[in-house]
Design a protein around this ligand. Structure first.
Ligand code: F0G
Length: 356
């Protein structure tokens, strides 16, 4: 008997080869990233009424975030060019993805992260995959400046989203949304940190539009955290703060890309408070069964805000990208939930606590 192998996913480079820069077959480094679900929201009608809301659940990528899409491209290209080491600055997820893909490619990874400023799950990933983890006394913006200085003079390949191959890989998120829906949504909401992902999605939608695969373009809706909202304020923020550490960035590298996505699509770059982020984070977990990390929930928090302001209306199709998995950040999850009930190992006592 023969097994049918039809439909097996081969990672974004092979699946979207016609829409990506060429990479030689033997340099392709993949953990079979992509093909993440577009989950239909069913239980938030009290907030959203009759619009169609979907969650692009990027936490289900191999290292638990959308960064894998860009990292498979950046690392494969680096490998093709003969690089032996890669380096990045990170608020956590990029470092986890860089470490994993470097391991797969047999390369050395150096990751610079703000000391104490990244979620536990992400740090543990970078460590387990064997990266050299350099915790700096400074924030993400300081780390990125150091990485830029090092890569100018030393043979280490930068895999932050300034590397154009990262953007190329990440644009496949937009392709998948179109493939799933059969068209582009009315609105696409994303959290914005270093602004690479909103730049990438807009590039992806435009490419499918030019190729006549879709006949509409979404309005791009980027949301920063209130304490780290340089694009909204129109100037860099020296000391960004937010509990959504993934997007705690004061001077985004792809600032221009985000502004372009906003203005060309007729969208917005706006901000939400940490309270709004946590409220959306809890709603998704408790009412939709979807666990994302706090930064990811900035997209849904943005959608809630836009619904309240009357921007979103019944009949719209709205996609929110949930950029990273909730397990990345156990500390924020524990702090946002009721504590477990400690009970004796006794049926009667347990039943009484259960309310029977
Ligand atoms: N959501 C998560 C979970 C992220 O990790 C990031 C960025 C973003 C949203 C924002 O995406 O930077 O493309 O606008 N994390 C980077 C990192 C900065 O180092 O992991 P962006």
């Amino acid at each position: 008997m023969q097994l049918t192998r039809k439909g097996l996913w081969s990672g974004i480079i092979r699946e979207f080869r016609d829409f990506l820069p060429e990479i030689s077959e033997n340099a392709i480094t993949t953990l079979l990233e992509g093909n993440t679900p577009l989950v239909e929201v069913e239980n938030l009608k009290d907030i959203f009424g009759d619009l169609r809301l979907l969650l692009k659940y990027e936490g289900l990528n191999p290292t638990g975030s959308f960064k894998d899409r860009g990292m498979t491209m950046a690392v494969s290209k680096a490998r093709e060019e003969g690089a032996e080491a890669i380096i990045c600055a990170s608020t956590g997820n990029t470092s986890a993805a860089a470490a994993a893909y470097a391991a797969k490619a047999g390369m050395k990874a150096y990751v610079l992260v703000p000391d104490g400023g990244i979620a536990l799950g992400k740090l543990s990933q970078a460590m387990m995959h064997g990266a050299m983890v350099l915790q700096i006394k400074g924030n993400f913006d300081d780390a990125l400046n150091i990485v830029k200085a090092i890569t100018k003079d030393y043979p280490v390949k930068m895999v932050n989203s300034i590397n154009p191959y990262r953007i190329e890989g990440q644009k496949t998120g937009a392709f998948e949304v179109c493939e799933h829906l059969g068209y582009a949504p009315t609105y696409h909401f994303l959290p914005v940190g270093n602004a690479g992902n909103i730049t990438a999605y807009w590039k992806g939608y435009n490419q499918y539009y030019r190729e006549d695969i879709i006949s509409n373009l979404p309005k791009m809706m980027g949301f920063q955290a209130e304490g780290a909202a340089p694009i909204v304020l129109g100037h860099p923020v020296d000391d960004p703060h937010t509990l959504a550490t993934a997007i705690k960035i004061g001077n985004p590298a792809s600032w221009e890309g985000a502004l372009k996505a906003k203005s060309e699509s007729g969208g917005v770059i706006d901000m939400v408070s940490d309270e709004e982020i946590i409220e959306a984070y809890k709603l998704l977990a408790s009412r939709e069964g979807v666990f994302c990390e706090p930064a990811s929930a900035a997209s849904l928090a943005g959608a809630i805000k836009m619904k309240k302001e009357g921007v979103l209306i019944d009949g719209d199709t709205v996609v929110c990208t949930l950029t990273g998995h909730g397990l990345k950040d156990p500390d924020n999850a524990m702090n946002s939930s009721p504590k477990p009930v400690k009970v004796p190992a006794d049926v009667k006592k347990i039943l009484s606590v259960m309310g029977f």
